[in-house]
Write a protein that binds this ligand. Structure first.
Ligand code: CA
Length: 225
């Protein structure tokens, strides 16, 4: 498995590179975005580890360029020292799949890499289609339809909807959602969940009836059919 690391802090880059090599990954290092995007076109990578604060292009811009360049399913793990929800949401919005707050334990980094590569790898799980009234999610082709209309979701929105639909008619707490959709297992704000539920509502509920995603006050969210 080949990993591209874009990180300007040499000590962090060296630590990540050495650890990943010892774990058996092939690692390519770039100290800025331009260099990283160059490498991206030269090699077939399985994952990108991307620092958010970089000289020149920042991580968010790089993530959206990577997506624009057509690497739609290439997992991007963002590294950030900024633990605020706003920055995290911006990063995820720009196309990152997950993030890790610095400083982090190497063990934690490995866990995220494994989770992300499991997600993007060809699944051996049987073809799953979830249906709630006229809403349909196909976990294999990663497509979503409402009333027969194809709806485009980002990868995070898709995972969120998939998690809600798998747990149809069950109230899910924000922490539950965070842990399952973002693989986050440390304490942080849960606003990101509200932000994404809102995105999802705009796409799958706003122009349709009945509304499927319900807010359960004081508890969380539920998709009901
Ligand atoms: Ca940096």
């Amino acid at each position: 498995m080949k990993i591209l690391v874009i990180e300007d802090e040499q000590n962090v880059a060296a630590f990540v590179q050495q650890g990943l090599k010892e774990t058996g990954y092939e690692v390519f290092l770039a100290y800025n975005g331009a260099n990283g995007l160059d490498l991206l076109t030269q090699q077939n990578f399985d994952l990108i580890i991307l620092d958010i604060m970089l000289p020149g292009m920042d991580g968010r811009e790089i993530a959206s360029r990577v997506r624009q360049m057509g690497y739609k399913d290439l997992p991007i793990l963002m590294l950030t020292a900024l633990g605020t929800t706003e920055n995290i949401v911006k990063g995820l919005d720009a196309g990152a799949d997950d993030y890790l707050i610095k400083p982090f334990k190497f063990k934690e980094l490995l866990a995220r890499i494994r989770a992300l590569s499991r997600r993007s790898g060809t699944s051996t799980v049987a073809h799953q289609i979830y249906k709630i009234l006229d809403l349909e999610l196909d976990s294999d082709s990663k497509s979503v339809k409402r009333a027969g209309k194809l709806i485009k979701l980002t990868s995070t929105e898709f995972r969120l909807l998939e998690f809600l639909m798998k747990n149809q008619n069950k109230v899910l707490s924000r922490i539950d959602i965070l842990e399952n959709v973002w693989d986050i297992n440390f304490n942080m704000g849960t606003n990101v969940v509200d932000v994404y539920v809102n995105y999802l509502r705009n796409k799958i509920d706003k122009n349709f009836e009945p509304k499927l995603i319900q807010t359960v006050i004081g508890m969380g969210y539920m998709i009901k059919g």
